[in-house]
Design a protein around this ligand. Structure first.
Ligand code: 3H9
Length: 692
């Protein structure tokens, strides 16, 4: 065996040179990996007795892409383009042998190989779009040459990973190896290629599929329309489409130049800085300083859910999806039946959309059973209470669960902000009590706030974080305080949005500012969607609040065709002159001075108090790190991913800017705006939240 460098080695078996990469954890294309590929292929070619080369990786995966730590920094040795050219211009076949994931630059390296073989469990993808980037190593030019323009656009814009068997169907992978025997089968495959002695297949030279799509600009215009809503505010998707257009309309070399030009733009963009930050934040959030990796966990097999409402049903689906037995309890038979049929309906819809098969619907439903008796949860390893937000009711449920459920089981509450210490206090096992705050709809939303109460044990925390990961969620570990992290910050935004309306700003102007910032909708559109009459009492209503005024006019939100907005029959909203008049009268009556606000004023009043609250949460130790707050806001509250999260955003615009504005607000509106001590300190020290 020849060691090329620390991460690459070359061996020869039966005339086939095997170039092996071993750069944990994911064989990313760091300088030594790129240089190792370049020099390894060069060395393999020097020995004329070698008939073919197999490029294979050690460890858990094939190359998972560019090295994201190094990506905008300095690099040494051969460039990726040089390594790829060395492969593509090889005079003997080079075969990529894929296991794990061939992602981004990894798949782009495989696409310069003449052939690809993969084990069935392998996945291929170009996920750059998720990082605010585009495939910058030929991916946008080679992929459409293999799979055609339409499929390539879907593949590139979704950034999804495709399983090896589907890749074979698309022509992206040539053959499947037996699981666990990749090396053996890749060598045999290379020998077959040598024996067949056909001309080497260079993807760059395949033009048939592009010819078929030439002169059809409508493909691009239709595609742009189809992704407009989903990609609003992101930079990379449009530039990816431009790259594919360049592939269709130019020679390969010119297309590559255009890809390079556009890659340089995305690489320097603030969107990719935010999305790369999120990538690492989403990996950091699992690391709990005082709960080391090797902390024991509690074995979970059977999960109990108390409450068959929308929340309980969604939570149950998460667990059934990954094979857990789930028992859902409700005290009312009709609520239980309704809950179970909503779950079935959700699964059926997914099956109809092709997300999984009818058999899978049946197997998942078979894991979920319903019961009217709490005692049926006795042998559960984890019970999650998901009833409505009422402390008295929750305390009663925990008192009962403590008596019924076996010792050693975790008792979790899905409260969105109640005091979990108080809930835990009614049990004889507060160390087994924890909060698992799912977001609605719980089967769809990615976030769970894992809420650590004063006495929660480390085992229970570790188990809860692990199970959150297993059911595919992003988890932020937070402390007990009203509203925890997410809702506590949201309350700041809600209060200020309402205050602005009370001082004459129009709801749709505030909504528009937040929508343009990147949120899916503003707080008033959201209230209309949820229904303005939630918690409103007709008998007690006396026009004291704006909500009273609107509900008294039977403007109770979308369901009545009117709320803050007027709605047409398709529920398309428009600003309401009636509401405007009522609001202005209300403001006049209340004696508050009406103001005119710029969009910047509206944004600062809604966003800066949230950032300040985030700083207080850090100060109080309710969140471990600012990036945890950011993953909570991006995954649970629609904060635009291309802005990284509120704390990252604050770091970008400058904490001094936020502090100065909070001081102005404090002077004008009082102590609700008092800057957090941490914010003051960071500004004084010239630091950012990321340094806190
Ligand atoms: C690209 O390729 C651009 C090119 O087109 C253009 C070039 C010119 N770099 O996720 P995990 C670390 S853009 C550096 O927990 P899993 C990660 O931080 C790239 N580090 O494991 C973590 O570290 P730690 C396109 C990386 O098994 C550890 O590896 N590629 C990279 O759940 C384990 O990661 C992608 O976007 C990297 N590329 O999932 C793929 N990747 O232990 C990004 C991971 O210290 N990666 N790390 O926290 C992934 O999607 C997943 O990591 C993967 C494994 C599926 C590979």
């Amino acid at each position: 065996m020849t060691h090329i460098n620390d991460v690459t080695s070359l061996t020869v078996e039966d005339g086939i040179a095997i170039l092996t990469l071993n750069s944990p954890p994911v064989n990313a294309l760091s300088s030594p990996v790129r240089d190792g590929i370049y020099r390894g292929i060069q060395l393999a070619l020097e020995d004329k007795s070698n008939k073919a080369v197999v490029l294979i990786c050690e460890g858990r995966t094939f190359i998972a892409g560019a090295d994201l730590v190094e990506i905008s920094g300095k690099s040494t040795g051969a460039s990726l383009t040089e390594a790829q050219s060395m492969i593509e211009n090889s005079t003997i076949p080079v075969v990529a042998a894929i296991h794990g994931t061939a992602l981004g630059g990894g798949l782009e390296v495989a696409l310069t190989c003449h052939n690809r073989i993969a084990v069935p469990s392998a996945m291929c993808g170009l996920p750059e779009v998720k990082l605010g980037l585009l495939p910058g190593a030929g991916g946008t030019q080679r992929l459409p040459r293999i799979v055609g323009v339409e499929k390539a656009l879907q593949f590139l814009i979704s950034g999804e990973q495709i399983a090896a068997p589907a890749c074979v169907e698309m022509g992206l992978v040539d053959a499947l190896a037996e699981e666990g025997h990749l090396r053996r089968d890749a060598i045999a495959f290379a020998q077959q290629l040598v024996a067949a002695n056909k001309p080497l297949q260079r993807v760059r030279d395949l033009n048939d599929k592009l010819e078929a799509d030439k002169g059809k600009p409508e493909i691009f215009s239709q595609f742009r329309k189809s992704i407009a809503r989903k990609t609003r505010g992101f930079l990379a998707p449009e530039l990816i489409v431009q790259c594919v257009e360049a592939a269709v309309n130019n020679s390969f070399d010119d297309g590559i130049k255009e890809e390079g030009r556009l890659f340089a733009i995305v690489l320097k963009s603030k969107e990719s800085a935010a999305q790369l930050y999120q990538f690492f934040a989403e990996r950091e959030c699992w690391k709990i300083p005082d709960v080391p990796k090797d902390t024991p966990t509690i074995a979970l097999k059977k999960i109990g859910i108390v409450g068959a409402g929308t929340m309980g049903g969604g939570i149950a689906m998460n667990f059934a999806n990954v094979g857990y037995d789930v028992t859902i309890i409700d005290s009312k038979p009709e609520a239980l039946d309704r809950g179970l049929s909503v779950i079935k309906g959700n699964y059926d819809r997914s099956a109809k959309n092709g997300r999984f098969t009818k058999e899978e619907v049946d197997s998942r439903m078979a894991l979920i059973s319903g019961s009217l008796e709490l005692s049926d949860l006795a042998d559960c390893d984890m019970v999650i209470e998901a009833v409505f937000e009422n402390m008295k009711v929750k305390k009663q449920i925990f008192t009962d669960l403590d008596k019924i459920v076996k010792q050693g089981a975790i008792l979790a509450t899905n409260t969105s902000g109640l005091n979990i210490n108080e809930i835990a206090s009614v049990t004889n096992r507060p160390e087994f009590v924890i909060g698992l705050h799912f977001f609605s709809p719980a089967n769809v939303m990615r976030l769970v706030e894992v809420v650590r109460a004063d006495k929660t044990s480390k085992e229970v925390i570790n188990t809860s974080m692990k199970i959150a990961k297993k059911i595919g969620k992003m988890a932020g570990l937070v402390g007990v305080c009203p509203g925890f992290v997410g809702n506590r910050m949201l309350a700041q935004r809600q209060r200020e949005a309402n205050n602005l309306v009370l001082a004459g700003a129009m709801p749709w102007d505030i909504d528009k500012v937040l929508y343009d910032f990147g949120f899916p909708m503003g707080p008033f559109a959201m209230s209309d969607l949820a229904g303005l009459d939630i918690g409103w009492n007709k008998e007690k209503s006396n026009g004291q609040t704006i909500r009273d005024v609107l509900c008294e006019m039977d403007r109770r939100g979308q369901k009545t065709g009117a709320g803050y907005y007027d709605y047409d029959k398709n529920r398309v909203p428009s600003p309401s002159p009636v509401v405007e008049k009522s609001l202005l009268e209300f403001v006049k009556k209340s004696g508050v001075e009406k103001r005119n606000y710029t969009n910047d004023d509206l944004l600062a009043r809604c966003i800066y108090p949230m950032i300040n609250e985030g700083a207080k949460l850090l100060e109080e130790g309710m969140a471990i790190r600012s990036s945890d707050i950011d993953i909570i806001w991006v995954n649970g509250y629609g904060w635009p991913a291309y802005r990284g999260g509120p704390m990252f955003y604050a770091d970008q615009i400058g904490l001094d800017t936020v502090l100065a504005k909070m001081k102005e607000f404090e002077a004008e509106f009082g102590s609700a705006f008092k800057p957090s001590a941490l914010l003051e300190k960071l500004v004084a020290d010239g630091k950012k939240f990321k340094d806190a």
